[in-house]
Design a protein around this ligand. Structure first.
Ligand SMILES: Nc1ncnc2c1ncn2[C@@H]1O[C@H](COP(=O)(O)OP(=O)(O)OP(=O)(O)O)[C@@H](O)[C@H]1O
Length: 262
C-alpha cells in the first residue's frame, strides 16, 4: 500500500506571543510538495510571523512546526542551516543589496556557497533573469530599476538559489496592476514546474489566481483553510468583511480594519 507523500511543511497548534502580545493562536496547516499555499489576511494579522516561524527565526511557544519531516522548533541555528538552504525568501521590499549589481545580487548565494564554478553561476544567473524577463538588466544597479523590476529580480535571486521551497512576503505590495499581474504569472509558471510555494498576501486577485489552497488569518487566528472556491462561497461575516467590505452595513466600515487586525 502506498500512502500520499508527507507534507513539506506542517504546523500543528502553533501559538506565539511577542512582547506580551498573542500574535498567533493555535494555527495548524500543511503545505504539500508542489503546492502553492496562500496565507491571506489583513495588515498585522500575523502572516509574516508565520513565514518567520517556518524559517526558524521564531520558535513557537506552543505547538510544532516540521519542515521536511524535521521539528524545527527543536533545532539550533547550526542544525537549521541545511533546512534553510532548501528555502528562498522573496521579501516584501525585494531586499536587494544596493551596492551590488543585479548579477551579483542574483548569484549572491551561489557565489557565497562556492560550490559551483563561476561560469556555471553566471549561466544560472542569466537563466533566472531570463525567466523573469529581465536578462537585459544584468549589469544594472538596483537603484536603476523600477519597483516591479526589483521584485522580479528578487524572484530571480530566489530561483537562482535552486531552493525547492519559495516563500513570498507580499510579492505584489506597492505594484501597479500590470506589474502585479506579471508577478502572479511568474508564480503560476513556477507552480507548473512543481516548485512548492508559500505566498503571504492581502492581495485578493493574486490569492485567488495562484492558490491551490488558502489559509486565512485574522487577529492571529486561522479563520479558514480550503480551496479558493470554498473561500469564495463563505458567508461568515468576518470573512466576507475581508473579501468584500462593501457588502457589510456602512456603520461597520470604519471599525472593520481593527476588527480584522491586531
Ligand atoms: N518582533 C516582534 N515583536 C513584537 N511584536 C511583533 C514582532 N513582529 C510582529 N509583531 C506583531 O505581530 C503582529 C503580526 O505581525 P505580522 O508582521 O506577522 O503581520 P502581517 O499580517 O504580516 O502584517 P503586514 O501585512 O502589515 O506585514 C503585529 O501586531 C505586529 O506588531
Amino acid at each position: 500500500m502506498t500512502g500520499s507523500a508527507p507534507p513539506l511543511i506542517s504546523l500543528r497548534g502553533v501559538s506565539l506571543t511577542l512582547d506580551g502580545k498573542p500574535v498567533l493562536q493555535d494555527v495548524s496547516f500543511d503545505v504539500a510538495q508542489g503546492e502553492t499555499k496562500v496565507i491571506l489576511g489583513g495588515s498585522g494579522s500575523g502572516k509574516t510571523t508565520i513565514l518567520r516561524l517556518v524559517l526558524g527565526l521564531f520558535k513557537p511557544d506552543r505547538g510544532s512546526i516540521t519542515v521536511g519531516g524535521k521539528d524545527i522548533g527543536r533545532l539550533s541555528d547550526r542544525q537549521l542551516a541545511p533546512i534553510r538552504r532548501n528555502m528562498a525568501m522573496v521579501f516584501q521590499s525585494a531586499a536587494l543589496f544596493d551596492s551590488l549589481s543585479v548579477r551579483e545580487n542574483v548569484g549572491y548565494r551561489l557565489w557565497e556557497e562556492g560550490r559551483l564554478p563561476d561560469a556555471e553561476v553566471e549561466e544560472i544567473v542569466r537563466q533566472s533573469l531570463q525567466f523573469v524577463g529581465l536578462e537585459e538588466v544584468i549589469d544594472k544597479m538596483p537603484g536603476e530599476l523600477s519597483g516591479g523590476m526589483r521584485k522580479r529580480v528578487g524572484i530571480a535571486r530566489a530561483l537562482a538559489s535552486g531552493a525547492p521551497l519559495l516563500l513570498y512576503d507580499e510579492p505584489t505590495a506597492g505594484l501597479d496592476p500590470v506589474n502585479a499581474f506579471a508577478i502572479g504569472h511568474l508564480i503560476l509558471q513556477l507552480k507548473a514546474k512543481g516548485v512548492t510555494q508559500v505566498v503571504v498576501t492581502h492581495d485578493l486577485d493574486l490569492a485567488f489566481r495562484v492558490a491551490d489552497h488558502l489559509v486565512m488569518i485574522q487577529r492571529g487566528c486561522m479563520v479558514f483553510t480550503g480551496s479558493p472556491l470554498e473561500l469564495a462561497g463563505k458567508q461568515d461575516a468576518e470573512i466576507r468583511g475581508f473579501l468584500d467590505p462593501s457588502s457589510l452595513p456602512a456603520e461597520d466600515w470604519n471599525t472593520l480594519p481593527s476588527r480584522l487586525s491586531q
